[in-house]
Design a protein around this ligand. Structure first.
Ligand SMILES: C[S@@+](CC[C@H](N)C(=O)[O-])C[C@H]1O[C@@H](n2cnc3c(N)ncnc32)[C@H](O)[C@@H]1O
Length: 342
């Protein structure tokens, strides 16, 4: 078992410093790990010991950042708690359409390519995609396995899967929960799961179900957002709604714990009996076509239906705040893990 933990840590030294591009075209440098913002105009350099105490020129986003440093912000919440959120939340209203339209192109498609590369998907393989959503990972895998292979996409949300079927006729779809997985035993070469595992209330059962579906020596590869790193745009969406006094639209909506640490992922796969488990972190830069897309992306999340139900003036205030706090370019950090069924 090889666990490669991130080499950068916000408290022990600043990590790489990606540049965010704000809506007005100005740029700012931040710590990739803890999101501290360097002073405008000052070129922060890697290893700058002052960076951790810099919180920029003020504003609500900056306050949240400094709270993270003081251990009082969202990232300081307990990580052991599994969110009581189910896939039903992705079924609601316009969530599936908005997810596919706004979130898949800049976020989930680039990450799908990364996961499929990480999993070494090959021609002719039989692939299971768990919590497939609108099918971007399944479709990416289908391109790799070709006509000689087969891809089955599963999700608890029928509405998300309906879009997967419509857009990607080459994949098969089965509506089933990840911890039950109504698919045949020992029938897949590879199981994939992108940004679904962290939502599951029974992760050990889901890991067991994926192992059961794999043939002997079959592989598993999954990706989850990494805890302790900023998760723009999702935690910006939540933070803005919380600050505007919206009651939590679903359980633990403002707990910001839809993520896992490398150690948590390693533990759950190892406990399920996977061997050769490898866990690593990966950062990709997200680049939104326009700031409106980043703002509209909230409609593709479980926050979306609650925002849609607000009156016009409340919506206007929330969208204005999102425009202020979201970036056109920003990093996202995920834990990638793979293992093998003995
Ligand atoms: C963020 S989306 C990821 C979708 C897709 N893997 C992608 O990369 O675009 C999370 C998905 O997990 C699904 N999901 C949540 N809980 C689930 C469960 N218990 N069983 C199966 N799918 C679930 C949701 O319906 C949703 O489609």
């Amino acid at each position: 078992m090889a666990v490669r933990r991130p080499s950068w840590k916000c408290r022990t030294g600043p990590g790489p410093l990606p540049v965010n591009v704000r809506a007005d075209g100005t740029r700012e440098s931040v710590c990739r790990s803890c999101w501290a913002v360097a002073e405008p105009g000052k070129a922060a350099s890697e290893g700058d010991p002052d960076l951790m105490s810099q919180t920029g020129s003020g504003g609500p986003g900056r306050r949240a950042i400094s709270e993270r440093h003081a251990g009082r912000g969202p990232a300081a919440l307990s990580r052991g708690t599994v969110p009581a959120m189910t896939g039903a939340l992705f079924d609601l209203g316009t969530v599936p359409d908005a997810y596919e339209r706004y979130l898949v192109p800049p976020i989930f498609r680039p990450w799908a390519n990364t996961l499929v590369d990480f999993a070494n998907v090959s021609t002719g393989e039989v692939v299971l995609d768990v919590a497939s959503g609108t099918g971007v990972v399944a479709a990416t895998a289908a391109d790799r396995v070709g006509d000689a292979g087969r891809v089955v996409a599963t999700d608890v949300s029928g509405a998300m899967l309906a879009l997967a079927s419509a857009a990607h006729p080459m994949i098969e779809t089965i509506e089933t929960a990840a911890d039950e997985l109504a698919v045949g035993n020992s029938s897949f070469d590879l199981a994939l799961c992108q940004q679904g595992f962290q939502f599951l209330t029974d992760r050990p059962a889901a890991a067991q179900a994926m192992k059961r579906a794999l043939r002997s020596s079959g592989r598993l590869a999954l990706a989850v957002w990494m805890s302790g790193s900023l998760l723009e745009p999702f935690d910006v969406y939540g933070r803005v709604l919380e600050r505007h006094g919206m009651p939590e639209p679903f359980p633990r909506a403002y707990a910001y714990d839809f993520s896992m640490s490398p150690g948590e992922v390693d533990d759950v796969l190892t406990a399920a009996g996977f061997t050769s488990v490898e866990v690593e972190s990966k950062v990709l830069e997200v680049s939104w076509p326009t700031l409106d897309d980043a703002v509209n992306g909230i409609a593709g999340t479980p926050y979306g239906p609650a925002v849609a139900a607000l009156d016009h003036e409340d919506q206007r205030r929330i969208f204005a705040a999102l425009r202020e706090e979201l970036h056109l370019v920003h990093p996202m950090t995920a834990v990638l893990a793979r293992g093998r069924k003995p």
